[in-house]
Design a protein around this ligand. Structure first.
Ligand code: ATP
Ligand code: MG
Length: 211
């Protein structure tokens, strides 16, 4: 759909990276909408690892975030998840993940799904130009982050982005993990913001009580 492929391969693999602390319906609706609109065979969720020396922002342990994603995607045969990043030692870069995925899925073009907030950052990612050679981007609209002007500008400044990035409107879901954590911290309900199986896990493990 309106996008040059990385090589005109047979299949399209969606890749949804994120901290997922916790995963919520914003992520799931974004992935599902991208899957249908771009005819992706699968969407692979890739929870980020825990950077060993980065304590400034407290992130829940990788295994707990992984388990929440596992529960969230269990009932969708087109969703799967990867331990690639949570098992990686040392700094974790998207470029490394994409190189591995390209090797593991030689039959597929890659479509990296991000929100429009994350899209604004990709040009600052490690080896950004290289990343744009390995994958397409599907930027899903996120309330509060207009992307159209930004993208027009980016296409001028970064010729390698030409034909590589598409915008996708989804039903506005102003859900964020930050807000979910804050709600738990304040003792408010998070029902209907994320799958019930994830909500129960958060309750069982007493996650986010101190945020
Ligand atoms: P936090 O508030 O902790 O940053 P988050 O809700 O932004 O959490 P992330 O794990 O940071 O979730 O996001 C992973 C990816 O999902 C990013 O590309 C982000 O832009 C996208 N995303 C998150 N929430 C939404 C949403 N409601 N709609 C569309 N995309 C989203
Ligand atoms: Mg975020």
């Amino acid at each position: 759909k309106r996008m040059e492929d990385t090589g005109g391969k047979v299949y399209r693999l969606g890749v949804m990276g994120g901290t997922f602390d916790p995963i919520h319906y914003g992520h799931l609706v974004a992935a599902e909408t991208a899957r249908i609109e771009f005819r992706l065979r699968q969407v692979l969720f890739v929870p980020t690892g825990n950077p060993p020396h980065k304590q400034e922002k407290k992130i829940s342990p990788g295994e707990l975030r992984f388990e929440m994603v596992r529960r969230a995607v269990a009932d969708n045969p087109n969703f799967s998840l990867s331990r690639l990043e949570i098992e990686r030692q040392g700094p974790s870069y998207t470029i490394d993940t994409l190189r591995i995925l390209r090797k593991d899925h030689p039959e597929s073009d890659l479509y990296f799904i991000t929100g429009t907030d994350a899209l604004r950052e990709i040009f600052f990612w490690h080896e950004a130009a290289e990343i744009l050679k390995l994958t397409n981007f599907v930027a899903v609209s996120r309330p509060g982050y207009e992307a159209r002007d930004f993208l027009e500008q980016a296409r001028k400044e970064h010729p390698e982005a030409q034909g590589r990035i598409s915008l996708l409107e989804v039903p506005a879901l102003a859900i964020s993990s930050t807000d979910v954590r804050a709600r738990v911290g304040r003792g408010q309900s998070i029902r209907y913001l994320l799958p019930e199986a994830v909500r129960r896990f958060i309750e069982e493990k007493a996650l986010y009580r101190m945020t």
